[in-house]
Design a binder for this molecule. Structure first.
Ligand code: HEM
Length: 504
């Protein structure tokens, strides 16, 4: 059958050809000016091994410090350079303080009201203000020192009695401190439901926010398909995640309210705001999410570093011994170290600093550009996804000599290497608001554990077991479970751990 070419055909075909030509031209221009990298479908092949920070490090090695994946106008700009991260996220923070849209995590699972996923807006600024009032400096954190010392010793006792559950004890240490500050909640002995809840929620958060793990983040329209359709498993998952998030926000908040009503509330962020005269529903809602953010944010990252401390000591007995010698000479054996000893323990300070460099609980941070930008001659369009590879920055050979080594000495002497705090807690207006609290809790945990425990490799059937450094997880990572031996250093150390505890 022969078809006739009508004027309508000609107009339609001509318009389509014109649109295609314009699209090719625009794409060509963008490709000329975008940072070097990979453009087109090959992008997907690059995200291969599930450890995004390794994929991205390789990508930057191949294409330079500022590199780009782009597909159909979606641009993923990646850097593992401290200088570029500082230039963009710190110095141009007005343009680099929003988060990328996250359909699976922020929208379907409901995490968008948690600070970590919120854009830079009034809601976000209100939450940051509450954090700043509560834990925004070393002096505000100092009012919690006594409580942190109490919780840390409680943890030492748990580890002493049941070292096989080390990871759970460390997790509980950090979560207990945070829950006291956010909601005035005291965790119970043994397993505590709110500690477990935060752990479950954070594992789900890590999955839901992993770049490219759910197709709905690449094709947002998929969010409208019905959950019963084959392939809509992500919607059922999102529902499950949303239910856990609901508990994470509501349960501790209702606890704080009931304690306040009964006149038994401990001082906390929640009791302070709930007790304010003229509290509106709007302010209560904001508080509820800010307090949940604190509980969730503090429950995972710091404990991830805390667990890695035990791995570092297992693998590096020389470092452990040196820190213990310093503790013995400054603190002695008759008491546990406290925050008052911190200025005198320089090697320990360097050890904790090295720990923050060596183990990165949040290996990548993300931003979205508000408007077009230009950097070193490269075009960064508005709405680009910016991935900063914190993990790579802290292992950059141009900054740290032999970066894979665990060597606290790099931070001592006349020419110390740069402090990792400028990267491991993130950047600019989104830098971690738990900066001071996280470091304080971590420092005390390391100090008291080193003062009282001998941490070493396990011996099984006469064979010494050397654990491996292995990060697991997606956007929030942990050292994979490992075995080590933890024994009291002496009978005096054991007695110190078992001394009666009191917070009054
Ligand atoms: C060693 C401990 C910690 C490390 C290494 C750490 C690391 C980080 C990093 C890398 C970010 C992303 C920052 C960015 O996007 O530029 C972040 C954000 C955040 N952290 Fe931490 N963190 C730690 C402890 C804590 C603690 C104790 C809390 C809560 C009390 C906390 C709450 C948060 C929150 C709420 C955010 C989101 C900030 C925002 O989006 O503006 N973190 N943290």
């Amino acid at each position: 059958m022969v078809s006739t070419l009508t004027p309508l055909h000609l107009i339609t075909t001509g318009s389509a050809a014109l649109v295609f030509a314009i699209w090719l031209y625009v794409r060509h221009r963008w490709r000329l000016n975008l940072p070097p990298g990979i453009h087109g479908l090959r992008c997907f092949l690059q995200l291969s091994n599930g450890k995004f920070w390794l994929d991205m490090q390789d990508f930057n090695r191949q294409h330079g410090d500022l590199a780009c994946w782009s597909l159909l106008g979606i641009n993923l700009v990646v850097t593992g350079s401290a200088k570029i991260a500082g230039d963009l996220l710190d110095k141009r923070s007005a343009n680099y303080s929003d988060r990328p849209r996250s359909v699976m995590c922020g929208e379907l699972s409901g995490w968008g009201k948690i600070m970590l996923f919120s854009n830079y807006n009034d809601w976000f600024r209100g939450h940051r203000k509450l954090f700043a009032q509560e834990i925004g400096s070393n002096s505000t954190v100092a009012k919690f020192h006594r409580m942190i010392e109490f919780e840390t010793r409680r943890t030492l006792r748990c580890i002493l009695d049941d070292p096989a559950r080390l990871q759970a004890h460390v997790r509980k240490n950090f979560t207990s401190v945070i829950l006291r500050i956010s909601h005035g909640y005291v965790t119970q002995e043994g397993d505590d439901p709110l500690v477990e809840l935060a752990h479950t929620a954070n594992s789900q958060l890590s999955m839901a926010s992993a770049p490219g793990l759910f197709y709905v983040d690449i094709v947002p329209l998929l969010k409208y398909i019905p959950s019963w359709l084959p392939g809509a498993g992500f919607k059922r998952k999102a529902k499950e995640y949303a239910a856990v998030l609901h508990d994470l926000v509501e349960i501790p908040h209702n606890y704080a309210k009931s304690q306040l009503a009964a006149g038994t509330a401990l001082s906390s962020l929640s009791s302070r705001i709930l007790g304010e005269p003229g509290l509106t529903d709007e302010l209560e809602d904001s508080l509820k999410w800010a307090a949940a953010t604190m509980y969730q944010g503090g429950a995972d990252t710091a404990n991830s570093v805390g667990y890695a401390f035990y791995l570092a000591m297992t693998l590096h007995p020389r470092v452990m011994k040196k820190a213990q010698e310093e503790l013995d000479s400054v603190v002695g054996a008759s008491r546990l170290p406290t925050f008052a000893d911190r200025p005198s323990l320089l090697y320990l300070e360097a050890l904790v600093t090295e720990l923050l460099r060596w183990h990165t609980p949040a290996p990548i941070t993300m931003r979205r550009t508000r408007v077009d930008d230009e950097y070193n001659g490269y075009f960064i369009p508005a709405d680009s996804f910016i991935f900063v590879n914190i993990w790579a920055i802290l292992r950059d050979e141009r900054t740290y000599t032999n970066p894979l080594e665990f060597r606290p000495e790099r931070f001592l002497g006349d020419n110390p290497e740069p402090h990792p705090g400028n990267a491991c807690f993130g950047f600019g207006r989104r830098r971690c608001p738990g900066y001071f609290l996280g470091q304080s809790v971590l420092w005390l945990m390391c100090a008291q554990a080193l003062a009282t425990f001998e941490i070493s490799k396990c011996v099984e059937n006469g064979v010494e077991i050397t654990p491996e450094f292995n990060l697991v997880g997606e956007t929030l990572v942990h050292q994979a479970p490992f075995k080590c031996s933890i024994r009291p250093r002496s009978s005096e150390a054991e007695a110190l751990i078992r001394q009666e505890l009191s917070l009054s």
